[in-house]
Each structure stands twice: as C-alpha cells, then as structure tokens.
Design a protein around this ligand. Structure first.
Ligand SMILES: O=C(CO)COP(=O)(O)O
Length: 249
C-alpha cells in the first residue's frame, strides 16, 4: 500500500508570528486522516515549527537545500543543517526553483544525491509548461526531467523518494489539471519508473499532484488510482482549507 501524503508548501509566505499562528490553528484540527501531513515553512521558521509540531502528526519539511555539505555558498542551506533542526524531508526541483533560480536537471541530480546521502526523504517535483502541454510534448518533458535527475539512482533509493507532478500552468493560476489529465500523467510516470526499475518499485512510489488543489477539487483528484496525494500551495496557507484537503482522503 502506497503512502498517501498531503504536503503544504508555504513558499515565501508567513513570518515567525504568522507561522506560529497558523501552526496553532493546524494543531486545533482534530480529525484524523489516512494521509501523512506535512508543512514546509520558510527556512527561518523551520526550527520553531519543528519544536511546535514534534509531538503532533504533522511533519515539518524544507522547501529546498544546497548540494554541498558546507562552504562558500552565501545564502545557502545544507542537508545537515536541515537535519540539525529536525527536518527529515526536503522538497527539490520545484518549478519556481527551476524557473527563477536556474536549477537544472544536473543540479537537481546532485541535490537529490546529497539529500539521500544525508538520509533525508526527497519530494521531487517536475512538470511541463503550458507550451509543452499545448504541443503534446508534456509526457516527453516529464520523462526527461525524471530520467535526468533520478535515473542514475539504484532502485533501493526510491524508498526515500516521493514524486510530485506539478504542471506549471496549474500552479497558482486557479486552473487545475482535470482529474483525468492528472491520472493519465501519473500512470505515465509510473510506467516510466516501471520500465527502468520494475513494477515493484513503480507501484511503491507515492506520486503527488500539485497545482491549484483546493477543498472543492481535492476529493476528485485524490480519487484517481495513481494519485497518492497532493502538494498544496495557496490553500495550505489557511488551516481550514488545508485540513479540508487533508480530509479529502
Ligand atoms: O506549487 C504548488 C505547490 O508546490 C502549488 O501551488 P498552488 O496550490 O498555489 O497552485
């Protein structure tokens, strides 16, 4: 049985006081869900968030990290630094990192290696832009993003990898992939994994969907057989909306 996961990616939102207040609201949500629940606050608030949630069922995860262990990389954060404040999972390859910070498949392969070497779990993001979808290239683009960043790994590495399909045209736009579009792509991703690593690995990896998941569409999207959860942006900034999505399982 694959893990079901709902992760809130807070992006560059919420200062310390706002983080504490949102965490207080999250902790007051008592309904239990079948899904693993995670939130990704900004770096400066990871330690406080971890302290506030370490005895809860909500895991605090990071939005990014550098591949080097330490050194002259001004403004960057390493895997061991994340681990030292309680983080055990890191998001890598988000389209905003690719687009605004020049993260290539080659850089991401190094980040994945560094995370796994430090025993961090990776939520690896990828997805096509609108032009790729319109030209029918979306599967080829996604396949190359996965191959270039992950296919140097041994099969055993995939027990610490979660995939997140986030079509760029659906992020923050209010336009979501239809449940059928999400299912088709997730099935394609699983087939791509199966061709390389075999069905056992492919069937054990959780594949999340991200891109304008809201309380009113989560259930339909999560109801698809190859969709194992969601990576939530805007709706994760509101405790009621986030838990409505979490409880869609
Ligand atoms: O980028 C996302 C999560 O990583 C999705 O963001 P939205 O839910 O705001 O579209």
């Amino acid at each position: 049985m694959r893990k079901q996961i709902v992760a809130g990616n807070w992006k560059m939102n919420n200062d310390l006081a706002q983080t504490e207040s949102l965490i207080t609201s999250l902790k007051s949500q008592t309904k239990t869900s079948n899904a693993e629940v995670m939130i990704a606050p900004t770096f400066t608030n990871l330690f406080q968030a971890y302290q506030a949630l370490k005895d809860s069922k909500i895991e605090v995860i990071a939005q990014n990290m550098h591949f080097a262990a330490n050194g002259a990389y001004t403004g960057e954060i390493s895997a061991s630094m994340l681990k030292s404040v309680g983080v055990e999972t890191v998001i890598l390859g988000h389209s905003e990192r690719r687009e605004y910070f020049g993260e290539t498949d080659q850089i991401l392969a190094k980040k994945v290696d560094a995370a796994l070497a430090n025993e961090l779990r990776v939520i690896f993001c990828f997805g096509e832009v609108l032009a790729d979808r319109k030209s029918g290239n979306h599967e080829a683009v996604v396949e190359s993003q996965i191959k270039n960043a992950l296919f140097h790994l041994e099969a055993s590495a995939f027990k610490n990898i979660v995939l997140a399909y986030e079509p760029v045209w659906a992020i923050g736009t209010g336009e979501t992939a239809s449940p059928e579009q999400a299912q088709d792509m997730h099935a394609f991703i699983r087939k791509t994994l199966s061709n390389k690593y075999g069905a056992d690995v492919a069937n054990s990896v959780s594949i999340l969907y991200g891109g304008s998941v809201k309380p009113n569409n989560a259930q339909e999207i999560f109801g698809k057989p190859d969709v194992d959860g969601g990576l939530i942006g805007g709706a994760a900034l509101n405790a009621d909306d986030f838990f409505a999505i979490v409880n869609a399982f």
